[in-house]
Design a protein around this ligand. Sequence first.
Ligand code: GLN
Length: 552
Amino acid sequence: MATKYIFVTGGVVSSLGKGLASASIGCLLEGHGYKVAMMKCDPYLNVDPGTMSPYQHGEVYVTDDGAETDLDLGHYERFTSCVTSKASNITTGKIYGSVIAKERRGDYLGRTVQVIPHITDEIKASIRAVAASGGQEADVVIVEIGGTVGDIESLPFLEAVRQFRQDVGRDNAIFVHLALVPYIATAHELKTKPMQHSVRELRAIGIHPNILLCRTDRYLAPEIKAKLALFCDVPEEAVITAKDVDSIYDVPLVLSGEGLDGIVLKELGLDSRGREMAAWERLVHRIKNPKGEVTIGIVGKYVSFEDSYKSLNEALSHGGFANDVRVVRRWVESEELEAGNADRLLAGVDGILVPGGFGTRGTGGMVAAADFARRSGKPYFGICYGFQWAVTSWARHVCGLAGANSTEVDEQAEHKIVYKLQDLLGVEDMGGTMRLGSYECQLAPGSRAAQIYGSQTIHERHRHRFEFNREYEGCLNQGGMVITGKTPDGKFAEIAEVPGHPWYVAVQFHPEFKSKPLSPHPLFADFVRASLANRQGVTARASTGEVPVASS
Ligand code: GLN
């Protein structure tokens, strides 16, 4: 069977959930028995989002092979079984970079290098490369085009995919267009004009959408669908309501309820190999019927913009699914803990999580959060920066090394307990130079980590420029903190635990990137379990009149 391609474009405004819609199409196609590969084209000039602020771009998602990519790739991996890689995210910067490198090498000798055909050819070659990137040829490749139709930047990508359809044959590629159909409260009406205009824009550049996904807060009445079908020249059954939902994991089922999978298969000339969505349906049922809740305090630097912690947020939800509880997040700006407020601001949470981060601002609050968890016995989960500040906090507060610090914050620190990766000494370039991607880690037998993972060898994804200085390991041990995860060569410390504490686990890697709703990451599942136990313990003690006391 020839590989089939689905191109997903967006119109009117951004942030309509094109990534989720693409991931949901992938999820449904897998449910129908097809192997799916997924890709995102980003029209910005950065080679990758690695150097962008989380406020600009949201989370940087890291793949197994160490690519720093758009957060939509996280949705792809959470909703499907595809494994994304360096091949799964291209940007204008990356495409131009390789065309210019080829020009310098002399590959185009004699010719003028132009957007069409050289840039568009490069884009098309990247799309073709994704089909085979998972080791096994995909049946269907879903390509999301970032930005909205009408942007200057996305034009070369749209031109490339227009040509692509000609190249692979019209039956082997379809276009799905997602745009806003707003409800105007004062007129009591859903408005189709923005969608009509964005489809006209698409058609002006030669792309005729096969399917319209109408993002709206209510189901479209048949006459609205008929109107859109007429004006946008698609069959009525191809006008799909993409209604707002409470849980993102409901999106595939809601879209399927609107007949999206049926029309996608039909437009691609594919037969269903038997629809299998039972596990997903059970999952959504569990999500909608939690048996309790747990409150997690997330102490970070970018908490005012939740997209900065996309995968973390999802992995926490997955931890909740594993325990049949709803996870309530209390976002705490780490800077606010710096004035000695940690005990007060974190008193009501059941567990504390300090996620990844960069730079100086707010790090004192991360130290305070880790120390409060130590004293109060509340579960502590440190991830990357949360690991580095946990070891620093332990060194300062338990081992008596008041001058312990990370050289990311103070290059002259008396005790450089976290310092620049020794492999990176002398490397000043910022783009793509961190320790990135999946590395093996060996767990100490009998450790909490080994118990949680149920195995001695694990592989987790990394993104950091600094590391724990192993010279301080003995000192931490004396204070009751042990390193229970190391790379096989013993070079990098990957996990720190406190055996005498109810739950204190800090990891240098990012487990959130590998958590999926149908297979919650064991660390998140166990952290939520421990936080729940902490909550119940506190509740039990409170109801017997015993007041929980912080131990020092
Ligand atoms: N800033 C730290 C480092 O570069 C932690 C990075 C992170 O949390 N992703 O090592």
